[in-house]
Every structure is written in C-alpha cells, then in structure tokens.
Design a protein around this ligand. Structure first.
Ligand code: AMP
Ligand code: GLY
Length: 429
C-alpha cells in the first residue's frame, strides 16, 4: 500500500521511517517533509494544511492511508476532510482533536471523567482574571491560553504579580493571538513530568511505554521552554503499577467521556503528566504523537505500525497482540540552531551526517533541515534528533552523544544532560 505522512518535523521523519518498514507498505510520501524524509521516503511539495491539494494528490497517486503528524491539521479537520473524500486517515476528528485545541474543553473532559488534574477556572476576559487573582491567595498560578500556541501558550507564574502579567500578555496583548482570548488559571503543581501516549480506537487502548521530554532549553532544566530538547524511553518514573493506574484512572475514563460527549477519539492520545507526591496529575492532553518522544518510541517499537493504525481506523484494536518493544532503552538528543528558542538564522550546511549514520543502532531523524542540491541545510530551530539504543540508559546516552559529536554546523548546540535524571534514578534504585 501507499502511505502519505503529513508534516515536516522529526516526528514525521520517524513516522515515515517506521511506516516504510512495514511489509504492507510499498511507498511512503511525506507532505511537505524535510531533508530526512527526502532520503527515506519521497517528499511532496504540498502544505500539510492544503486539504484540497492533498486530496487531489491522494486520488491521483492512489494513496491508501494518510497519517497526520502535527496538531494544526488535525484541529483544522484533516481527518474529516480525507474521510469525506473516501480516503482512510489516521488521527482524531476535528471534534475529538479539541482535547488538545482547547485547554478549557480538555479541563471539562478531565473533570467530567474524574481524572486527577490541577484545579482550574476558565476566564473569558482579562478583567475577570485580575479580579480572581487579587481575591485569591498570594501564590503562583499557571495561566494557559485556551487555543493552540505551538506549545508556548502556558506561563508558570511564581507570584500574584507574575500571574497578572501573564494574563495581560495572553488576554490583553494577545501574545499568542486569538488563542489567548479565553484562558485558564490553574493551580501550580510540582513534580517530575512524564509523557504517556496511547493509541486508541475509542474503545480499546494500546499504551506505549512511558517517555520523558526535556522541555527547558538548557542543562539542569534551566532557561526558556522549547518544543523539547531531548527525550528517552522507557521512563522508570512511571513504573508498571503507575502505568496500570494511569490506564485505569486517566486514559480509559477520558476515552469513555469523549464518547459520551459524542467526540469519539481515534488516534494517539498523549497525556502530559506531573508525578506529584499525591500521585499522577494530567497537565494536558495532546491529540498526536509527541515530538521528540515519538522518535525514541518508534525506534524501539517492533510491532508493525501500519497494523496498529489500520486496527485503530477499523475499531478492532482489541484484536491486536500486545505491543512488542526492543528491550533496550533509547535516548534522543535534539540539536538546535544558535538563538533557538528565540530568533535564529537558517541555511547553514550540516556536516558529519554520513559519519554518524555509520554508527550501529543510531538514527538521525531530521527536523528543521532541508535538502538543496544534495546538501543538507538547517531550516528551523530544532534541526536534528539523534536517537540511539543502548544496553542501559547510560549506554544509550553515551552512544547518542557519540553520534551528536560527529555532526555540526555554524552555531549548532544541544543539551548535554539528556536522560541524566533517569540514569540517576536507575543508579539509586
Ligand atoms: P502544557 O502545555 O499544559 O503541558 O504546559 C506546558 C508546560 O507547563 C508543562 O510541561 C509544565 O512544565 C508546565 N505546566 C503546565 N501546567 C502546570 C501546572 N498546573 N503546574 C505546574 N506546571 C505546569
Ligand atoms: N514533546 C511535547 C509535545 O510534543 O507537545
């Protein structure tokens, strides 16, 4: 069969690479793709948001399955549009994708499902929020723009003054555009974060092994938030007992509640969790694979992803065998452009990719990079995702950095402590 992946990041390169390994797949296309997907699949120069052009391409080429990577096309109704055109597509409908597209809707679902989460209140004007904070305790809150803001619409504020400043930025200055017209103010939680993703057909869940992202830009979790500077899996922070608890108390009630709200969710349900002393709490849901968590997860997943996806679309996930994983842990290090997550320049040639590719059990997934006349050039903030397997997480880390050190371009940088928390946890165990 012929498969089309939508998107252009490291997650989409990993999806294209993994889908291409399925014995059922004869060809993988990626729209619009990047330098990595140009090498491992075939790029199609159509934006992931141009549904009419994508549908036309699918019909002309005989695409059997579309896999939507990022949240924006899901929120814009990509899966509904393909379905209407008679094309099978993987991901939630526009209605179900609101679990990520509206943080107020997400909180309503969590509360209706009795899923443990931070206490929160929704606001529809800046003034209401200021009043709430003035009348409340002098403490830190978290202010969240309701709509999609490329992972940037959340401000963790340390005091009343900082909270009011965040409300001003989000709701008055509209730092994230209309996404901030409505917003949540929520209780601030403390703890380590984990990502638990499950593939679901709206009835059954196939939970992926827990992963951990590294959202802060610099070592020691310092600096501004980014899209993610590294990830690893499995994350021992979520042991088997906690994972079962998360399935029973978090994922399954959420899937059932979405059904009751006539928003059946088919696709990847990604719970962003805070492991607090009182137990796991959901911070947010995403409606797709995490980036960069997807890269180490798919590098370890042995089960055929096409089988999983087809079973999800056909609502027969209950018939699928338990997922099979490479026992070895995987570590993913993100290499970024100078200046990221602020402004940065693009177009620098990248060297060392061939040398890194020679290392066994290592894969360099491309993200913000493009191929021009056979040369890979930087084309974004997060440029490459270097993934390695190892006999232990420390070994996987060592091997990932061995590959990273072979690669460079003008201004390239990366965190040097990816997976250190896991390595310490394993040592102390
Ligand atoms: P979200 O997009 O909701 O996951 O928020 C982005 C980041 O903000 C999370 O990864 C956390 O680091 C932080 N965050 C979100 N909600 C809270 C909360 N209630 N308490 C503390 N930190 C939070
Ligand atoms: N890694 C965080 C996200 O994909 O939203």
């Amino acid at each position: 069969m012929k498969v089309l992946v939508l998107g252009s990041g490291g997650r989409e390169h990993a999806l294209a690479w993994k889908l291409g390994q399925s014995p059922k797949v004869s060809k993988v296309y990626v729209a619009p793709g990047n330098s990595g997907t140009a090498l491992d699949a075939e790029n199609v120069p159509i934006s992931e948001k141009d549904f009419p052009a994508l549908i036309q391409f699918c019909k002309k080429t005989g695409i059997d399955l579309v896999v939507v990577g990022p949240e924006a096309p899901l929120a814009a109704g990509a899966v509904d549009a393909f379905a209407q055109a008679g094309i099978r597509a993987f991901g939630p409908s526009k209605k179900a994708a609101r679990i990520e597209g509206s943080k107020i809707f997400c909180k309503e679902v969590l509360n209706k499902a009795c899923v443990p989460t931070a206490r929160a209140q929704a606001f529809y004007s800046a003034q209401e929020g200021y009043r709430y904070v003035d009348e409340g305790e002098e403490c830190g809150y978290v202010v969240k723009a309701d709509g999609l803001a490329a992972g940037k619409g959340v401000v963790v504020a340390g005091s009343r003054a900082e909270t009011k400043e965040a409300i001003r930025q989000i709701a008055e200055d509209r730092a994230f555009g209309d996404a901030g017209a409505n917003y949540l103010i929520e209780e601030r939680l403390v703890g380590q974060e984990a990502s638990v993703l499950a593939i679901t057909d709206g009835h059954t869940i196939a939970t992926l092994q827990p992963a951990q992202d590294h959202k802060a830009a610099y070592d020691g979790d310092r600096g501004p938030n980014t899209g993610g500077m590294g990830a690893y899996c499995p994350a021992s922070l979520v042991d088997d007992d906690k994972l079962r608890w998360i399935e029973e108390r978090v994922l399954l009630p959420t899937v059932a509640t979405l059904n009751r709200l006539d928003c059946q969710f088919k696709g990847v349900l990604y719970a962003g969790l805070m492991m607090t002393p009182q137990g796991p709490r959901v911070l947010e849901y995403n409606a797709r694979f995490g980036d960069p968590e997807c890269q180490p997860l798919l590098f370890r997943l042995k089960t055929d992803l096409v089988e999983l996806i087809e079973a999800t679309i056909d609502e027969r996930l209950s018939e699928i065998e338990p997922l099979v994983w490479d026992e070895r842990p995987a570590v993913c290090v993100v290499m970024a452009s100078e200046g990221y997550p602020g402004s940065y320049k693009k177009g620098f040639p990248i060297s060392g990719l061939e040398e890194a590719a020679k290392l066994p059990d290592v894969k360099v997934f491309h993200a913000g990079a493009k191929l021009v006349d056979g040369q890979v050039l930087t084309n974004g903030g997060r440029v490459l995702d270097v993934v390695a397997l190892g006999d232990s997480v420390a070994d996987a880390k060592r091997r990932a950095y061995e590959a990273v050190e072979k690669i460079s371009w003008q201004g390239s940088w990366y965190r040097t402590d990816v997976a250190d928390k896991e390595i310490m946890a394993v040592q102390n165990h």
